[in-house]
Ligand binder design. Structure first.
Ligand SMILES: Cc1cc2nc3c(=O)[nH]c(=O)nc-3n(C[C@H](O)[C@H](O)[C@H](O)COP(=O)(O)O)c2cc1C
Length: 384
């Protein structure tokens, strides 16, 4: 693929994917200030370059929640992945497996838990769960994730209510797309995408349709999702979910040291410092700015991961330097899959791996597990 940066892939994706789905990925809530800060704040952290140190035999291998990873980068759960490219989530899981990194499937994915499991020959992956009012359906999802051999449950805590994203409203986003005067041209101007979508039968939220009560058809789905996220979610819910799941549990969406302490006390295996990619509370700090205080508060008690704004291996290095044990890529993988399906995701991971490896070497490190604040000239520049 003719792409050297994640930005190249973003440009390619924009050319190939209908506007409503490209914009769905490339948007934040309200003014998008937090979305922009997630990316921009990384640039403020400067590396400490070292010279004349042995740079041979480098390794990016590490662990996340005790699982071996070829680099500490996981694919984040993202809705509508299979609308960026046919069967997008199945392709993402395949590539992640080949790379030896975790793939996290969203509740709101197009391909189902069972589709992804089949695509990777029953190998383990991670599943992300939303807390929903329909507890029977949550049990159904947890049990299906168990049956598919998922090795971690990522429980998202920052979507009790839905942030407003103006572009989605303007574009008339839905899966599958509803045809009207607004959406017709969005689709007609991407004929290759339309044609490719005829090659798959996966066009809607397959974790939900046919599994949740009262979602037999598509007309009921949009109202179901709007009503299902549970505004009463509490730490007690985490206890019963942990119990029913019985495996590794990761809590996603922590931005505050006090919440991080509660997460550590809940007995979860890891937390993810995340503002949902700037898609929920606009005006919240960037994830990378929130990370150090959380590491300081709970870094000894629970594994701390982060996501938000990672667009290069250099950003991965910065997050690890500030104490993250692992990171997740959301939009980066979506741009890759939108730009070129399986090859696009492979290109994303190749770019990130290469940039991370070279940056680590320039900083005088040979083992990613030794990276820390000492690799930055100004580790406190983002202090809140
Ligand atoms: C298009 C899109 C869809 C998302 N869908 C979900 C989701 O279904 N569940 C979830 O927990 N997080 C979801 N997220 C948030 C991501 O998991 C992750 O926190 C975020 O994308 C990280 O920021 P980045 O995109 O800048 O890497 C979504 C993010 C994007 C961009």
């Amino acid at each position: 693929m003719n792409a050297y940066t994640i930005d190249d892939l973003k440009t390619l994706a924009q050319r190939r994917v209908p506007r409503m789905f490209f914009d769905y990925a490339d948007s934040g809530s309200w003014t998008e200030a937090t979305y922009r800060a997630n990316e921009a704040d990384f640039q403020k952290l400067l590396f400490r370059q070292r010279v004349a140190v042995d740079m041979t035999n480098r390794t990016l291998a590490s662990t996340m929640i005790g699982e071996d990873v070829s680099m500490p980068v996981a694919i984040a759960p993202t809705g509508f992945g299979g609308m960026q490219h046919p069967d997008g989530e199945m392709l993402g899981a395949k590539v992640a497996r080949a790379f030896g990194i975790p793939f996290t499937l969203s509740t709101m994915s197009i391909c189902s838990i069972e589709d992804v499991s089949e695509a990777i020959g029953g190998a383990p992956f991670w599943f992300q769960l939303y807390v929903m009012r329909d507890r029977d359906f949550m049990h159904n999802l947890i049990d299906r994730a168990k049956a598919a051999g998922c090795s971690a449950l990522v429980l998202t805590l920052d979507l009790q209510i839905l942030g407003q994203r103006h572009k989605d409203l303007r574009n008339g986003l839905s899966a599958p797309p509803k045809i009207n005067a607004n959406t017709f041209w969005q689709l007609a101007s991407r004929p290759r995408w339309c044609l490719s979508m005829l090659g798959t039968r996966r066009h809607t939220f397959r974790n939900i349709v046919g599994h949740a009560k009262s979602v037999a058809d598509l007309s009921s789905l949009s109202s179901w999702t709007a009503e299902q996220f549970d505004p009463q979610l509490s730490w007690q819910d985490i206890a019963w979910i942990k119990e029913r799941w019985g495996g590794k549990l990761i809590l996603k969406g922590i931005m505050d040291a006090e919440d991080a302490r509660l997460a550590a006390a809940s007995g979860a295996d890891a937390l993810i410092v995340s503002n949902h990619g700037g898609r929920q509370l606009d005006g919240a700090p960037s994830s990378i700015a929130a990370l150090p205080a959380i590491v300081e508060a709970v870094g000894e008690k629970i594994e701390v991961h982060m996501d938000g704004g990672i667009r290069s291996g250099q950003d991965v290095m910065r997050a690890l330097s500030l104490g993250a044990k692992g990171v997740y890529i959301g939009r980066s993988w979506l741009y890759g899959v939108g730009a070129g399906g399986e090859a696009g995701v492979r290109t994303v991971l190749d770019i990130i791996r290469k940039e991370l490896d070279l940056t680590m070497a320039f900083c005088g490190e040979r083992d990613i597990r030794n990276v820390g604040r000492h690799n930055l000239v100004n580790p406190d520049v983002l202090k809140l």
